[in-house]
Design a protein around this ligand. Structure first.
Ligand code: PLP
Length: 389
């Protein structure tokens, strides 16, 4: 059986009892990827239900400001308002193919929980979402939305009662329930084969962008930029251009209050190598090797690790990972809203705020694609706390 590795990163560091479910999943995934009917059903739902393909929008005012040609890949226009639905529908289809009747998921801010509950409602699967009780109190609207979609939400009271504890709890539950349950991991991380599965379902982002550039009689962009939480929207965009080395790949980590403050979520830039949640990658650890608390203004980037393929893309030099702090992201969020009438998610605003750093490196006058991973409606409460109008 294949264990997916990315250089030294990735792998499957899990309890004995998870080996068999991960093997079953690997086999199901690999055969599904060769099954035309499965792929056609995924494409149909992407088109009819999610509303793909999502537009590639040229933004004239922003382009003028930055003296470049800037395009946005509009994942904010996908059903439920972000790219996460691509992955949850793909994995829910896999669950059905394996004969599972129930799915589980972890969630921090609730975005992956909502996307999972949505896919479960669509495909008639039972759904339980694990959420730290601290996160649940902060994200009441998403908590209610998941319940409205028919999901059960299981509050996690261990540890810091946030995303990493919810992830540990979901893995624990899966050990006991894997006969009838599939665990839908929410980003390009977790034990093998998850990073590969999530990359496969999110690659629709990069593949569409590639085709949309050709349709405009352009060859390739000079650079693509995407925000990196666990790394799923970024890996989806990057995988359209892996082999085209003339396309520069930029991932953007959350700088929080600044790298110097220690309060951020930038494990590639300021982390150490280690193992958590079943995979080897960069994580934010203290001197004793314990996972540190993270901070970002955007909940979706607030995870102490990063998907293993990004760790390798960074080490190998194929992609570059830069840092944008809370203030810069917020300013870019407001800038895009005012200039172009598009309110981006705070996660996506990190990618936008990286434009000056990217242009300093590649020069002006270039074609740049920014992945607009989601819409900002969910963030209005937070934006409001920082802006006086
Ligand atoms: C969850 C989320 C992210 C970060 O997750 P990745 O797996 O790194 O893509 C980015 N943008 C939005 C809108 C999100 O909801």
């Amino acid at each position: 059986m294949s264990i997916y590795q990315y250089g030294p990163y990735g792998g499957a560091y899990v309890p004995e009892l998870l080996i068999r479910p991960l093997e079953e999943l690997t086999t199901a995934f690999e055969t599904a990827m060769r099954d035309r009917q499965f792929l056609a059903e995924f494409d149909r739902l992407m088109c009819e239900y999610v509303g793909r393909q999502t537009p590639l929008t040229y933004v004239p005012t922003l382009s003028k400001i930055y003296n470049s040609h800037i395009y946005l890949k509009r994942e904010d226009l996908a059903h439920t308002g972000a790219h996460k639905i691509n992955n949850t529908i793909g994995q829910a289809l896999l669950a059905k193919r394996m004969g599972k009747t129930r799915v589980i998921a972890e969630t921090g801010a609730g975005q992956h929980g909502v996307a999972t509950a949505t896919a479960a409602a669509l495909l008639g699967l039972e759904c339980t979402v694990y959420m730290g009780s601290v996160d649940a109190a902060r994200q009441e609207a998403n908590l209610f939305r998941m319940k409205l979609l028919g999901a059960q939400v299981s509050l996690v009271e261990s540890g810091s009662k946030t995303l990493k504890d919810a992830t540990s709890e979901a893995l624990r539950n899966w050990i006991a329930t894997s006969d009838d349950t599939h665990y839908i991991v929410g980003s390009a991380l977790g034990p093998s084969p998850y990073p590969r599965i999530v990359q496969a379902f999110q690659s629709v982002i990069g593949n569409e962008t590639r085709a949309q550039f050709y349709q405009r009689n352009l060859c390739h962009p000079d650079a693509v930029i995407a925000s990196v939480g666990g790394g799923s929207n970024a890996i989806g965009m990057f995988s359209g251009y892996y082999k085209d080395t003339e396309v520069k790949l930029f991932g953007v980590e959350a700088g929080g209050y600044g790298l110097a403050s220690g309060q951020h979520a930038a494990p590639i830039n300021e982390g150490t190598k280690g193992i958590l949640h079943g995979f080897y990658s960069y994580f934010m650890c203290d001197e004793e090797g314990n996972i540190r608390d993270t901070h970002s203004i955007s909940a979706g980037l607030d995870y102490p690790g990063v998907g293993p393929e990004h760790a390798w893309l960074s080490d190998s030099g194929r992609a570059k990972y830069i840092v944008v702090d809370d203030k810069e992201a917020l300013a870019s969020c407001i800038e895009l809203t005012r200039c172009e009438g598009i309110l981006p998610a705070l996660e996506s605003s990190h990618a936008l705020a990286a434009l000056p750093q990217v242009i300093a490196e590649i020069g002006t006058g270039k074609n740049i694609v920014v992945t607009l991973s989601g819409r900002g409606d969910k963030d209005i409460g937070i934006i409001r706390q920082h802006v006086e109008l």
